[in-house]
Design a protein around this ligand. Sequence first.
Ligand SMILES: *[C@@H]1O[C@H](CO)[C@@H](O)[C@H](O)[C@H]1NC(C)=O
Ligand SMILES: *[C@@H]1O[C@H](CO)[C@@H](O)[C@H](O)[C@H]1NC(C)=O
Ligand SMILES: *[C@@H]1O[C@H](CO)[C@@H](O)[C@H](O)[C@H]1NC(C)=O
Ligand SMILES: *[C@@H]1O[C@H](CO)[C@@H](O)[C@H](O)[C@H]1NC(C)=O
Ligand SMILES: *[C@@H]1O[C@H](CO)[C@@H](O)[C@H](O)[C@H]1NC(C)=O
Ligand SMILES: [Cu+2]
Length: 382
Amino acid sequence: MLSLFKTAAAVAVLAGMAIGATIPTFTQDQVDSGEAIRQLGKIAYDTAMARAEKATTGCTKDKVKIRKEWRNMTMTDRKNYQEAIQCLMTKPSRYGLPGPKTLWDDYGVLHYYQTPYVHDDATFLLWHRHFNWVLEQDIQTHCGYNGTFPYWEWGLDCGKLDESPVFDGSEYSIGGNGEFVKGHRAAIGGAKPGTGGGCLKKGTPFANFTVNIGPSEAMNPLAYNPRCLKRDLNDDVCRKWASLRNATELILYTSTVGIFQSASQGEGVRGDGGKTFGTGVHSGGHYSISGDPGSDFHFSALEPGFYLHHGNLDRLYFIWQNLDWEKRQTISGTNTMYNMPPTANAVLTDNMGFEPLHRNITIAAAMDTVGGTPLCFVYEPW
Ligand SMILES: *[C@@H]1O[C@H](CO)[C@@H](O)[C@H](O)[C@H]1NC(C)=O
Ligand SMILES: *[C@@H]1O[C@H](CO)[C@@H](O)[C@H](O)[C@H]1NC(C)=O
Ligand SMILES: *[C@@H]1O[C@H](CO)[C@@H](O)[C@H](O)[C@H]1NC(C)=O
Ligand SMILES: *[C@@H]1O[C@H](CO)[C@@H](O)[C@H](O)[C@H]1NC(C)=O
Ligand SMILES: *[C@@H]1O[C@H](CO)[C@@H](O)[C@H](O)[C@H]1NC(C)=O
Ligand SMILES: [Cu+2]
């Protein structure tokens, strides 16, 4: 009964919202099965593509790269992507610091430095959008990968993460679960513990990968601290905060970017119709993977799954934006996490920092995935 009530509320709210695109009326079954978000994804895809079709320079239609859900990529692309990430782990770091050794480590360093400025504030969504794009450039430039860039729709796998094509441990995955480790491991929000906890199972991609820096709580987090990559796949977290319903409701019940970004990060805001969001899909996706560095606030960028996870978060934002494109190119908040220390409200001309991985860009430059400054991609629904 509760779920039926929620559907009715969603329809009423949307009818009153005068949103740019015409959104179909969904049943609870369509929301829960993913049919709703698939349809919303198609509307967003068409809306963004229409902009590229009109462009005569920059991001024209023939240049748009189509990002796909992992299972919709060819087997060749899945393997090549996985190998390209491993390849970054063999290229030298650009920082010239003693701890980080590889180009891959650089992603952990940049994310570590930027953490207080790009979470729970105005640039969260757009900084992470561009961070993924920078990785895409690096795997092309340094490792020859010119295939499809992936996202991972968490909700397709909640309840069977071990069997997910992303984490099944095959050469077409980004490695398996960690070895099962007994003992207490707290999960967020009182969820049941995960099913791994140890180093990645031998013989799976990334099982031989060494995490070189971190963790956050270390005396010197950037010091050399080699250890294995650990995972702790957690189906309960996935079901509670990263399900297809959770992702869909984030889009349907948030009418401003301030609420969308806070809701996605579990900041306790309420959405349309009084909707609450728990820990939010951002934590939901991260802690579905968990482990070290997967659950480390600063160093999670050294978990290969980070980019598939943030790809999906960016896709939800892409869908949300394109459902009302004219009105959804604004930002909300300041340039510091929870506005501590207090800073001025961010403006579109503010700089986002990516050096030395890539040149900095303005917030405005990342607003449109087909804006061509430099972004030029869309997310295909699965
Ligand atoms: C992309 O990669 C394929 C396979 O390695 C190669 O044949 C092709 O020339 C590449 N395309 C570009 C534009 O680099
Ligand atoms: C892991 O092992 C594979 C296969 O031997 C190798 O190609 C790859 O470079 C190794 N990766 C790392 C990060 O050492
Ligand atoms: C997430 O979705 C599940 C159903 O898939 C639901 O049980 C749970 O309450 C939702 N969480 C939130 C915070 O809405
Ligand atoms: C790039 O951004 C970083 C971080 O905001 C800043 O420290 C640096 O000065 C910027 N570089 C340029 C060339 O603007
Ligand atoms: C994506 O893959 C799923 C499952 O394999 C398939 O049902 C679906 O048709 C594919 N979607 C696209 C757009 O190729
Ligand atoms: Cu982050």
